[in-house]
Design a protein around this ligand. Sequence first.
Ligand SMILES: *Cc1c(COP(=O)(O)O)cnc(C)c1O
Length: 411
Amino acid sequence: MSLSQGRSYLAIPGPSVMPDAVLQAMHVAAPNIYTDDLPDVVRSMVTDLQVIAQTDAKVAMYIGNGHAAWEAAIANVLNAGDQVLVLATGRFGESWADMAVACGCEVEVMNFGKRSTIDPDQLAARLAQDTDHRIKAVLAVHVDTATSIKNDIGAVRAVMDTAGHPALLMADCIASFACDDFQMDAWGVDIMVTACQKGLMTPPGVALVFYNEKAAGVKATMPRISNYWNWTPRAEGTELWQMFCGTAPTHHLYGMRKALDMIMEEGVAHLFERHARLAAAVWAALEHWGQSGPLEMNVQDPSLRSNAVTGVRIGAPLGTQLRTWMEEEAGITLGIGLGMADFDDPAWHGFFRIGHMGHVNAHMVLGVLASMEAGMTALGIEYTPGGVSKAAASLAAGSKSCGSGDVQSCC
Ligand SMILES: *Cc1c(COP(=O)(O)O)cnc(C)c1O
């Protein structure tokens, strides 16, 4: 008998759970785009987005998804024939590379596999070979949502600086934005792309491109850029039609404004800490369950895991069986194992992902984990029982009243 009635939980790594407050903010009559305050709304959002990204960079918004942000970033600084180096640690890095190929760039992919991070030594060796500085941009994904590997983007910049290499550094923060700490300026990122439907808790539809002075300088040398992709009027225009090259995504702006209000009210430090603690609870359960049986996290080193998403390997066909059980019996949708095996390969059914990004709290995470334990039992999957207790203990250990009696010392 299915127990999935009640509110469902989309625990996939994007789109993420939409807060009721965001949905309600969108439930308004059509505004007058010529007279209402939408340009101010956009400007106020830019200020908040800069706080989250820890940057003074300019921000261009597009009606689009993450793929639009990828193309926008490429279109503003790369010509056909320009050489690009992509540092891939999963399907999303590979897809950004495909996009650059389709835009006519000469693309070289350094693939670090599905379970490890970017190797700084290999990157250093490659950059050292590029003595005449033909590589114009280095593209890296902060958190590759397919593998759930988190890369050290500051380390990539350090390698580029040590090599004295002038290429632009471009980072994809579509999965990690507003979940994992990302310091655009301190880490020397020239262009950063993200979108509104993951950590920003807004329905899919707004793509964001952040760019610094150096990137603006490269853009100024471009022979031509389409009006639509050109980031300058979007980031520097004063009129709403300039900011979106036409009609603005009016209701998305109201929704995103509300989502950013919620984030600012929580505080960015707390936002990252909440995601870190919820992710730690997920890992505590998975670690424990995996002591026997087939389940294991894709990323072994906790420092390479993301606060936003966790990739799990369990072997075919158990991954699909568990996802199906979770959806039908418990009302929870887990993420598919994107890019870990081809769709027509039976091994594809051996992977899944848990999204823990955005509008997520302790009881939601515990609900997912407890339901997973029920599902594994129901399906006869071998595991070490007690993972939920480990997750609960992990959450308790970081909470205000953690037994020491001294609130200051334990939080
Ligand atoms: C979700 C995601 C994308 C793609 O975004 P779409 O909105 O589906 O186009 C790209 N990169 C990363 C890291 C993502 O998580």
